[in-house]
Design a protein around this ligand. Structure first.
Ligand SMILES: *Cc1c(COP(=O)(O)O)cnc(C)c1O
Length: 397
């Protein structure tokens, strides 16, 4: 528990680890030199940025000649990957394949290319468990396909895609492959060689680093244009004086995440599984979303039939418990989750989902507290609802 709240929304963002903050502090005060300046005060900082880059590259098993571009976050990395590949390769073709369950940073970038630059986009369907249709992918690849972009794990459900298989199909057909690995970076080990990816997105604030800094892995030889033009920073792919503290923070946070990765996965999985079991035991008419065998160890997405997710979220909030309904970007609007709709959930059910996402600072007591209050909250909401169980034909499943 931090700030007297129980924070179960670690897929939205994570708190900055105090060890990361400590590593960043010098770069926010006395070590202010511009890394591009040539006196040693600055050149040392430049070298530390390069060390940070090498550290991250090492952890993801990148080749020495591969690039790792520091960006302003996950959304920027996704934009750089997709628009950068699209604009550099549009002479070869204007067809892009993505999935129907991507984060909006990917979906809306594809929609922009479709609407304003004449690209054609194929949106791959998913099965009931949230996994993309590989056959459909195979059949969708055409002569003019220049990019496949499919996320590694979904932020709402935690469902993990068969990235290795998609990557080998892309390699075989000679199509560039990008994956948004924001929900995987810091949670599962990443090996870019084994995954057969050409580009991979990560974001520091999803693994206990600072907000507003991310990275894009770019395999050597990949033809890509920059989004931000200016000086030659980041190998000409992202102009602008480096966010020194952010970059050091990202690299330090990334390294820390992998120190006890297997132990931490098990610790979070144990809490998640206990919460899931208790919910299913204590509350009737609950659906767990997402393929249970192919799911991040920290994520639980559930539908409480006959109630709105937002109402449960608000009552949990009044108990000091932070969770999400749908994705953070769309909550506040009444749009049901595009991810759950793609998984075939009807509109009325897609409205009733709650995401619990565990992280480094959660304890078993957090589960106890949720288990203590949640059944009462759901029951109260159901009793009040005009659409409650047995009250209306509206609730067909
Ligand atoms: C959070 C998130 C992003 C966006 O990252 P920002 O650093 O917040 O821009 C992109 N993709 C996924 C899957 C995410 O969970």
């Amino acid at each position: 528990m931090i700030n007297n709240i129980i924070y179960l929304d670690n897929n939205a963002t994570t708190p900055l680890d105090e060890r990361v903050l400590a590593a960043m502090m010098p770069y926010l005060s006395e070590r202010y030199g511009n890394p591009s300046s040539i006196y040693s005060f600055s050149q040392k900082i430049k070298m530390e940025i390069e060390d940070a880059r090498d550290k991250v590259k090492d952890i993801i098993n990148a080749d020495e000649k591969d690039k790792l571009i520091f960006t302003g976050g996950g959304s920027e990395s996704d934009n750089l990957a997709i628009k950068g590949i699209a604009f550099a390769n549009m002479n070869k073709g204007k067809h892009i394949i993505t999935s129907s369950i991507e984060h909006h940073a990917v979906l809306n970038t594809c929609k922009y290319l479709e609407k304003f630059h004449g690209f054609e986009i194929t949106y791959l369907p998913v099965d009931e468990g949230g996994i993309i249709d590989i056959d459909f992918l195979n059949k969708s690849i055409r002569e003019d396909t220049i990019l496949i972009t499919v996320m590694y794990a979904n932020n709402e459900t935690g469902v993990i895609q068969p990235i290795e298989d998609i990557g080998s199909i892309a390699r075989e057909k000679g199509v560039v492959f990008h994956t948004d690995a924001v929900q995987v970076a810091g949670k599962l080990t990443i090996d870019v060689k084994k995954l057969n990816v050409d580009l991979l997105t990560m974001s520091a604030h999803k693994f206990y680093g600072p907000k507003g800094v991310g990275a894009l892995y770019v395999k050597k030889g990949t033809k890509i244009h920059p989004l931000i033009h200016g000086g030659g920073h980041e190998m000409g792919l992202r102009a602008g004086t480096e966010n020194t503290a952010g970059i050091i923070g990202l690299s330090h946070a990334f390294e820390l995440s992998y120190e006890n990765i297997e132990q931490e996965q098990l610790r979070e999985k144990k809490m998640r599984d206990r919460l899931e079991k208790e919910i299913l035991n204590k509350i009737p008419d609950v659906i767990v979303n997402g393929n249970k065998d192919k799911r991040l160890p920290n994520t639980l997405n559930v539908i409480f039939k006959y109630v709105e997710g937002e109402s449960i979220l608000m009552l949990l909030d009044s108990e000091g418990i932070c969770v999400s309904s749908g994705s953070a970007c769309t909550s506040g609007s009444l749009e049901p989750s595009h991810v759950l709709l793609a998984m075939g959930r009807p509109h009325e059910l897609a409205h009733g989902s709650i995401r619990f996402s565990f992280g480094r600072f959660n304890k078993e007591e957090d589960v106890d507290k949720v288990v203590k209050v949640l059944p009462g909250i759901v029951k109260r909401m159901r009793d009040m609802s005009p659409f409650g169980r047995g009250k209306d034909e509206f609730w067909k499943t």
